[in-house]
Design a protein around this ligand. Structure first.
Ligand SMILES: *Cc1c(COP(=O)(O)O)cnc(C)c1O
Length: 365
């Protein structure tokens, strides 16, 4: 008989009922001003590291549509049988992509004027539904106020183009400057245009329900994290989806004056029981997480110490006498909000989720 090969104790649990719950929460927030908006479930970047098809299946019967930007992922959704509208948030990259949009019924963003001619030249057998992206101050993609007259002229002869929606994106919905300045630009730019509108990302959905027009675009909230530095996901009733967990592999009693880990960045100030966790930056844990980053061991909060290695990190078990080899560890997720870990590590939960490494086995619950 062959021996089974056991994986390392490091794994990511993905709670699909939490994804469904969070999508529903987003839609409830988007309906606070009376008109229920439809919601694109934003599943770009492999559903923020959670697995595109896994998340899409979890939302299949409730999602109004899926938004992403990778052509291959859009096609994969169609080939897996999803019938909802699919929106390409960055639009098409090459004229050759237009045939794919037509074949797979994809809605594409348009963000510069030349793209109208490309659509005309493609002479597609169907009219493409499009999202016209307006630059109201993010200054990434989209039509500027100066380009609006040309856009409006172009839309008088919309050859090859089907239903039109106007889209914009907020740059500071999660911080002090807020959204009014961008809304004012949008209103000025779109005077005389009468199309459906899509504006709100997660932060706007939660904080500015007046931005929920025909379609909203929740991303991070689906995955149970907060878009805000000053408000927890829990305070909005969101549930964590990804729980990255591991175990204590070894314990060291370290005397005062000794140091822990590469570079010796952490010097022990009291006799300290150090637990070594089987998780490192090659699993997707942020290498820049400093000593003091929160971590859950045997259900109790403690902190990391020293530098994060490729496959291990250290934490302080001195005040958790029950903890030892084999104690369960939660790096983030259930019981240890990803947002807290991200803040300590100088990043955002978005980046941590997307960085989950391929070697980490995923368990769906
Ligand atoms: C990623 C993205 C979203 C979702 O943003 P969240 O902050 O995750 O809600 C919405 N709209 C566009 C255009 C995006 O690129």
């Amino acid at each position: 008989m062959k021996h089974p090969i056991m994986p390392r104790p490091t794994l990511a649990r993905i709670d699909l009922s939490a994804v469904r719950h969070n999508y529903t929460v987003a839609k409830q927030h988007a309906a606070r001003q009376g008109n229920p908006a439809k919601a694109w479930a934003v599943v770009k970047a492999d559903a923020y590291g959670h697995g595109l098809l896994r998340v899409a299946r979890a939302l299949d019967d409730i999602a109004d549509g899926f938004a992403l930007l990778e052509m291959d992922a859009a096609v994969a959704l169609r080939e897996a049988g999803f019938r909802q509208p699919i929106l390409l948030l960055e639009g098409f990259f090459e004229p050759a992509d237009l045939a794919t949009c037509a074949e797979y019924s994809l809605t594409t963003a348009i963000h510069r004027i030349e793209q109208f001619q490309m659509i005309r030249d493609a002479a597609l057998p169907v009219r493409l539904p499009v999202y016209i992206k307006l630059n109201t101050g993010m200054n990434r993609l989209g039509f500027t106020p100066e380009q609006m007259p040309a856009l409006k002229r172009g839309l008088q002869h919309p050859e090859g183009i089907g239903p039109i929606t106007l889209m914009m994106h907020f740059a500071e919905a999660d911080s002090a400057r807020g959204i009014d300045w961008q809304l004012e630009r949008f209103t000025r730019m779109t005077a005389g245009m009468n199309y459906p509108i899509s504006m709100a990302n997660s932060a706007a959905i939660l904080r500015y329900p007046q931005t929920a027009h025909h379609w909203v675009r929740p991303g991070i909230v689906l995955y149970g994290a907060s878009p805000f530095a000053d408000a927890s996901a829990e305070s909005f009733g969101l549930k964590p989806v990804m729980t990255l967990s591991s175990k204590i592999l070894g314990v060291q009693d370290v005397p005062v004056g000794d140091r822990v880990g590469y570079g010796g960045t952490y010097e022990v100030k009291r006799p300290t029981r150090i637990g070594i966790v089987a998780c490192g930056y090659a699993d997707g844990y942020p290498r820049h997480a400093p000593s003091g980053t929160p971590i859950l061991v045997a259900g109790k909060r403690t902190t990391t110490v020293g530098r994060v290695s490729m496959d291990m990190l250290a934490c302080d078990l001195t005040d958790i006498p029950d903890a030892g080899v084999d104690s369960p560890v939660v790096l983030w997720g259930e019981g240890m909000p990803a947002d807290e870990v991200a803040t300590a590590a100088g990043t955002i939960s978005y980046e941590m989720f997307c960085a989950l490494a391929r070697r980490v086995p995923i368990v769906e619950v």
